[in-house]
Design a protein around this ligand. Structure first.
Ligand SMILES: [Zn+2]
Length: 473
């Protein structure tokens, strides 16, 4: 049993866990510095036994936001180990040498060039003045040189881990894996049964349930509601583990603060949904060996035996027209057709069945941006009132998080994403928040600040969900 499991076990048994922590749990409104939330060693890998269905501990008597945040942040700095070199992923194994992956930096001056990189199969991770870094297979590298791109630097995945991977621990035990996420959702729903319920919006390609926590003062489960709705979704992309923690802990925060006047008002007047982990198959694959796999896509076995479809290129909004790839081995593979994947189909069904939805955040990592439509075209949204509403809400969420608000396609044009579709199909004011961080595996140090600031932005979104247009003065 590692420290986290021990801490959870103690919480569940009602004992104080203070002796395990570096300090008292942070208050939400305290200033939290990076030094406060030190990275610690994750001692054990996630084993099959840890994640076996049917071995969930009994429901907690109580679990609070501060307990959760304290637990995530309270790891001592000692014995940090470099993560092992990632195992060759299934794509690499099946597609052979051609699918070998690299971390590359390429010269690309604007969003047009970045879009071309995506189309060549590059997985863009970082954008800095005139250059773009990210993952690329050997085939993508060949495609880039054919298109005349200049690759400034290229290292193998093993070298990448050596160079950049030293900050994060060997296993993923600080973060919530799928079963821990489900346990926490069950606990939160059980402890707040007056206002909370839990239901599955569908199953993944490997058959896991995609869980949705609903917060509504008078409607439960899949019952219809005419109250204005907000939905928060995390983990379209598997390796973006912080994007599960943020909506998950936001839900815990709402329950802790359900007696506050403003939160009480939102809970009574709105229909709130939290789907923290849309791609649990990919998440579990990414962490199950205790060695990160840099998995982005879902776990669809494609016709050529390569693995995965990019769920955030699979929605029916300019599907696969720009910034996405028809190549199965690409990290931005858009799938055989729009909504070919059960995970994106589940979101479609969920949103189409709830015409009361007004606002939405889809969490990703990492860029530190608040993005609004369109992402699939460089056009602005046509309705000037909607456009201004998007800008105003993104600007305020940017202020609260410290992130940069911008039109999604200003970063790069990427078609088939969930937010474009949600706005086009349902007139939902849909935002992609690219969380902060310097990598996909930022360790425990990233969690406290990201969660704290994003809770503020998520609460702000609730405050405008009754009528997003009220942000126009
Ligand atoms: Zn993402």
């Amino acid at each position: 049993m590692n420290m986290k499991k021990l801490a959870i076990a103690l919480i569940l048994s009602g004992l104080s866990v203070h002796t395990l922590k570096a300090g008292e749990p942070k208050q939400f409104n305290e200033t939290v510095t990076a030094a406060d939330s030190a990275i610690g060693q994750r001692q054990a890998s996630v084993t099959a036994a840890d994640s076996a269905i049917g071995q969930r501990p009994p429901k907690a008597d109580s679990v609070t936001f501060n307990q959760l945040l304290g637990e995530l942040a309270a790891y001592p700095v000692e014995g940090i180990v470099a993560p092992p070199v990632p195992m060759p992923d299934k794509t690499t194994q099946s597609a052979g040498k051609a699918a070998e992956r690299y971390w590359i930096t390429v010269f690309a001056s604007d969003n047009h060039e970045r879009t071309k990189l995506l189309e060549a199969g590059m997985d863009i991770v970082e954008i800095k003045s005139g250059k773009v870094s990210g993952f690329a297979s050997k085939r993508t590298l060949d495609a880039l040189s054919e298109k005349g791109f200049v690759v400034e630097s290229k290292i193998t995945m093993a070298q990448y881990v050596q160079q950049f991977g030293k900050d994060f621990p060997a296993a993923d035990s600080v973060y919530h894996n799928y079963n821990e996420t489900v346990e926490l959702l069950e606990t939160l729903a059980a402890n707040n049964s007056d206002i909370a319920s839990l239901f599955s919006i569908g199953k993944t390609i490997e058959g896991r349930d995609i869980w949705c926590l609903r917060i509504n003062s008078n409607a439960k489960g899949e019952e219809a509601s005419s109250k204005p709705g907000a939905v928060y979704i995390g983990n379209h992309h598997a390796r973006e583990h912080l994007s599960n923690e943020v909506p998950l802990l936001f839900a815990a925060w709402l329950f802790d603060h359900k007696g506050d006047a403003d939160v009480k008002k939102y809970i009574n007047s709105l229909d709130i949904y939290v789907i923290p982990m849309l791609n649990p198959d990919g998440v579990e694959y990414d962490i199950k060996t205790g060695r990160y796999q840099w998995q982005r896509k879902n776990m669809r076995v494609n016709a050529d035996k390569s693995i995965g479809v990019d769920l955030n290129r699979n929605y029916d909004s300019w599907w696969c027209e720009a910034g996405a790839s028809h190549s199965t081995w690409s990290d931005t593979y858009c799938g055989a057709k729009a909504f070919s994947e059960p995970e994106s189909q589940a979101v479609k069904n969920f949103m189409e069945a709830r015409k009361n939805l007004k606002t939405h955040i889809s969490y990703h990592s990492y860029a530190g941006t608040v993005l609004y439509p369109w992402g699939g075209t460089e056009e602005d949204v046509a309705d000037p009132k909607d456009k201004q509403t998007f800008i105003n809400i993104a600007t305020e969420m940017g202020r609260l998080t410290g992130y940069h608000p911008e039109k999604s396609s200003d970063m790069y044009v990427a078609s088939g994403d969930s937010c474009d579709w949600a706005y086009a199909a349902g007139k939902i004011f849909a935002f992609t928040i690219e969380l902060e961080g310097s990598g996909f595996y930022p360790g425990a140090a990233a969690i406290t600040k990201a969660v704290t600031n994003n809770v503020k932005a998520a609460v702000y979104l609730l405050s405008v969900t009754d009528n997003p247009y009220k942000t126009i003065k």
